[in-house]
Design a protein around this ligand. Structure first.
Ligand code: SF4
Length: 374
C-alpha cells in the first residue's frame, strides 16, 4: 500500500537553533516501511493505520529486510534515514534484556532510533547503519517476557538507596519513546501494562519531547517514572527537532499532577562557554515549574557529555557544522568496562561541574533525590 508520495528527501534543520524557536510538532515521518512479519502483529497493523491516517506514505516490504535506496552523499543518506519509520519485529536476541547501569536493572527496548537531531546523540555510537527509526510490532512479546526478570536485577535493585524502586526497566536507551508515541502508542501500552502488573517493578523513560497528553489518563499505578531530559535553552542549538525546555518542564509538571513519579535527567551536561549561567537558569526554571506540587516524587540524574572516536566520526558526518566541542580540549580518556575508550571532561572540569550542580540542586530543588552523577 502506498499513500501520499511526498518528496523523497527531507533535509534536517540547517540550524537546530531555528528549529528550537518554534514549538515542537509531532513527528511525521516521510514514509513508513513495514516488514512482512510485522504485519502479522495487531500492534504493527495499528501503527500502520495511525500513520496512514496522518497521510504518511506506507511501503509494505515483501520480506523482512529493510531496504533503502543506496545514496552516496552521507548527508542525504542521513536525511533519508531520519525521515523513515520502520515497523519491524524484535528478534529473540533483542528481547534478551541487558543490565543498564546506572539507570536501571534492565534495558527494555520498544523501539530503536529517534527522529530528533541532537549534535551529541549517544545513538551515534551505539546503533549501526543508517539512522532509521525502528519500532517493534511484537510489543506484547516484549512485555510478556518481563516477569522473567523480576527480582533478578543487579543495578538499582542492589543499590541501598534505590532498592525501593523494585526491579527497574529503562525504555529510553536506544530511542526517545515519547517522540514516537503519537504514531506507535507503544509507550502508553507499556505504562498500562506496568499498571496492571501487580509486582514490585518500575518502568522508566526519559524524553526530550513534551506531548504527554495521551499518558495522563492512564492507570499507571505509580509504576512508571517519567523524566525530562534537559539542557538549558541557551544550548538548544545542540538539540534540533526536540521540544523546547519550557515545554519539557511543563510536561513533567503535568505528569506529576497525574500522580506519576517524575524526574529530571540533566544530560548531557555541556561545559560550553557560559555554562554556569545557563545551568543556573535551568535550575531556576525547573524550581519554578515544579513549585507547589504536594507529594512530588522527584529524582535527578546528572550525566556529563562524553564521546568516543566512533561516535565523534558519525556525529561529524551527520552534523558537520555543529558548534558542539569535541576537539579534546578539557578532556581525558577513560576506559569503558567493555575495553573501549571514551572522552570525558578532565578532572578539573568535572570537579567544577559537580560542585556547581550539587550546590544548585541543594539550593533550588531540595526535595529532589539525586540518583547518580556520571
Ligand atoms: Fe538522540 Fe535523544 Fe536527541 Fe533523540 S532526543 S536525537 S535519542 S539525544
Amino acid at each position: 500500500m502506498r499513500t501520499n508520495a511526498g518528496p523523497l528527501f527531507e533535509t534536517p534543520p540547517a540550524s537546530p537553533t531555528a528549529a528550537e524557536e518554534r514549538p515542537a510538532r509531532a513527528w511525521r515521518p516521510r514514509r513508513l516501511l513495514v516488514t512482512r512479519a510485522a504485519r502479522s502483529f495487531a500492534h504493527g497493523r495499528a501503527i500502520l493505520t495511525r500513520a496512514a491516517a496522518l497521510g504518511v506514505e506506507i511501503v509494505e516490504l515483501p520480506g523482512d529486510r529493510l531496504m533503502l535506496p543506496a545514496i552516496d552523499d552521507p548527508r542525504r543518506a542521513y536525511a533519508e534515514a531520519k525521515a523513515t519509520l520502520a515497523v519491524v519485529v524484535a528478534p529473540p536476541s533483542k528481547r534478551r534484556l541487558q543490565p543498564i547501569a546506572p539507570s536501571a536493572d534492565w534495558r527494555v527496548d520498544l523501539a530503536e532510533g529517534c527522529p530528533a537531531h541532537c549534535s551529541y546523540c549517544y545513538l551515534a555510537g551505539s546503533l549501526k547503519g543508517p539512522p532509521i527509526t525502528r519500532v517493534y510490532a511484537n510489543l506484547d512479546e516484549i512485555l510478556d517476557s518481563l516477569p522473567g526478570y523480576l527480582g533478578q536485577g543487579t543495578v538499582t535493585s542492589r543499590s541501598r538507596t534505590r532498592a525501593g524502586e523494585g526491579t527497574t526497566f529503562e525504555a529510553s536507551c536506544y530511542t526517545d519513546p515519547l517522540a514516537l508515541e503519537p504514531l506507535t502508542g507503544s509507550l502508553s501500552a507499556a505504562i498500562a501494562w506496568f499498571g496492571r502488573w501487580q509486582a514490585d517493578a518500575q518502568l522508566r523513560f526519559t524524553t526530550k519531547f513534551a506531548d504527554v497528553a495521551a499518558l495522563l489518563p492512564l492507570d499507571h499505578q505509580g509504576r512508571t517514572r517519567m523524566r525530562a531530559s534537559l539542557n538549558p535553552p541557551a544550548f538548544a542549538r545542540f538539540e534540533g527537532g526536540t521540544a523546547r525546555t519550557a515545554e519539557r518542564l511543563r510536561a513533567v509538571r503535568r505528569m506529576a499532577e497525574a500522580g506519576y513519579p517524575v524526574g529530571l535527567t540533566i544530560a548531557p551536561i555541556i561545559a560550553a562557554e557560559g555554562w554556569q549561567q545557563a545551568y543556573a537558569a535551568l535550575f531556576a526554571d525547573a524550581a519554578a515549574a515544579l513549585a507547589a506540587l504536594p507529594g512530588l516524587d522527584l529524582t535527578v540524574e546528572l550525566i556529563t557529555h562524553r564521546f568516543t572516536a566512533g561516535s565523534k566520526a558519525v556525529l561529524d558526518s551527520w552534523y558537520p557544522g555543529s558548534a558542539l566541542d569535541m576537539t579534546g580540549a578539557n578532556r581525558t580518556t577513560k576506559r569503558t568496562k567493555f575495553g573501549g575508550e571514551k572522552q570525558v571532561y578532565d578532572a578539573d572540569t568535572m570537579r567544577a561541574l559537580r560542585s556547581f550542580f550539587e550546590r544548585q540542586l541543594a539550593d533550588r530543588l531540595p526535595m529532589a533525590r539525586l540518583l547518580y552523577w556520571t
